[in-house]
Design a protein around this ligand. Structure first.
Ligand SMILES: Cc1cc2nc3c(=O)[nH]c(=O)nc-3n(C[C@H](O)[C@H](O)[C@H](O)COP(=O)(O)OP(=O)(O)OC[C@H]3O[C@@H](n4cnc5c(N)ncnc54)[C@H](O)[C@@H]3O)c2cc1C
Length: 405
């Protein structure tokens, strides 16, 4: 089977790229190892443990691709405020969408919901979709990439995009170098029911062992649900994972300083080791890496997939402009326009997250004092806070057209 462009990975980011190129005239094939079926949605179904805080920029991209309705009709929780505080000090900071005249800071959405809304659109499009297609081998064959799937089928295309996530097979098989290191943190994620309402606020407490986030979910009337991301050192994560539900809820209530009252119930817990990874290059002739295949960052600012959506939108824009001008899309000079626009932004975001993570891990008293004074100082500066808020909305930097107002 041959196509002009093969995208490996129909996750949130790969699906977005395919949809953004829907009217490009290119013969596109998107392949994924999973069945790519859309599960029927039941409003009373338990929450999926993996969620994302989608920025306003991501929402705009998904809206323009016609998939936001699929999210809104399922389940999404808008949030307008964010409260961050230092658990071992007194510093705190509060952000509000209203400070920049925005309606929301973003939406908390289950990954499955985002994925299904995008898949629904893909199934309705003319884009070639190949489920159950796990990439196993990859090599150059003339000007094409030759892909061999697990079941022996072969695919070829002059342009290949890796959207196959953090452990990208494309990246590995193409020999793309990465810089990576362990955060020495695991993240425990689950959905919890709290005693008090979440106030449409994203809460984050920095503990001595790592950040603990409570993200608001759209629960049934009268129930107050949050998704939690509890990042901590591996030994502590192991201990917390081994606790019975009641003990876990008790420890979680204490770690969160009972800000939303008691944690009354916790769903099934997942424990995810956190690793920072960044490809040294996002491109080579005929190949581009996007989303987690190009970079994974600490979830403390909830930016991972937001960066991925912007990668997909920028790459689509670059390819569409190049196609209009009749350029060879596999040419390194064309693809490097994508890398030049995205790499500095992604690196800056990763450096900021790394800095935050280290600052809050720091134990010496002067550093603790400094960060508490710093938080309070920033909290008093309307302009500095507005800058942070714009960053959270995803509306700073070199935005692709799909993300502009
Ligand atoms: C605890 C935690 C919390 C997070 N919270 C947030 C948040 O609040 N906001 C945010 O923006 N981000 C968040 N992230 C990051 C976000 O989850 C990721 O950035 C996002 O899931 C990456 O999407 P992707 O499409 O690039 O990759 P993936 O979602 O990993 O999709 C990859 C796809 O490729 C397919 N695939 C893999 N290998 C192959 C193969 N060999 N052949 C064929 N197909 C293959 C897979 O089946 C999958 O469909 C969080 C991450 C963690 C760990």
């Amino acid at each position: 089977m041959r196509a002009d462009l093969i995208i490996v990975g129909a996750g949130m980011v790969g699906s977005t790229l395919a949809l953004a190129l829907e009217h490009s005239g290119l013969d596109i094939l998107i392949v994924d190892g999973s069945p790519l079926s859309v599960a029927p949605f039941a409003a009373d179904a338990p929450f999926e443990p993996r969620v994302s805080a989608l920025s306003v920029a991501s929402q705009r991209i998904i809206e323009r691709l016609g998939a936001w309705q699929g999210i809104a009709s399922r389940r999404a929780c808008p949030y307008g405020e964010m409260r961050v505080w230092d658990g071992s000090g007194t510093g705190s900071i509060h952000f509000a969408a209203a400070s920049v005249h925005a309606d929301t800071l973003g939406h908390i959405v289950e990954n499955r919901v985002v994925q299904d809304a995008l898949l629904e659109r893909l199934h309705d499009s003319q884009i070639g979709l190949l489920p159950g297609a796990r990439l196993e081998q990859l090599r150059r064959s003339g000007d094409d990439w030759l892909l061999t799937l697990e079941d022996g089928r072969q695919l070829r295309a002059p342009l290949l995009v890796a959207a196959d996530g953090a452990n990208s097979a494309v990246r590995r098989l193409a020999g793309c170098a990465t810089r990576e290191w362990d955060y020495l943190h695991h993240a425990i994620v689950t959905s919890v029911r709290c005693e008090r309402p979440h106030q449409a606020t994203a809460w984050q407490r920095f503990t001595d062992d790592g950040p603990l986030a409570f993200l608001p979910l759209a629960g049934p009337a009268g129930e107050h649900w949050c998704s939690i991301v509890w990042s901590t050192v591996p030994a502590e994560a192991e201990r917390l994972m081994a606790l019975g539900d009641e003990d876990f809820c008790r420890e979680l209530t204490r770690a969160f300083e009972s800000r939303l009252g008691q944690v009354l119930h916790a769903d099934r817990r997942l424990c995810i080791p956190l690793r920072q990874r960044h490809a040294k290059r996002y491109i080579e002739p005929g190949l581009a890496l996007i989303g987690d295949a190009a970079h994974t960052i600490h979830p403390l600012a909830g930016q991972g997939v937001n960066l991925g959506f912007l990668d997909a939108a920028v790459l689509a824009e670059v390819l569409l402009h190049a196609a209009e001008r009749g350029e060879n899309l596999a040419d390194e000079r064309v693809l490097s326009r994508y890398e030049r626009r995205r790499m500095p932004y992604n690196l800056a975001m990763m450096a900021a997250m790394e800095g935050f993570e280290r600052l809050f891990q720091a134990d010496p008293l002067p550093l603790r004092l400094l960060r508490n004074i710093g938080l309070d100082l920033v909290d008093g500066q309307a302009e500095a806070k507005a800058l942070f808020v714009r960053q959270a909305l995803g509306l700073s930097g070199d935005l692709p057209e799909l993300a502009r107002a």
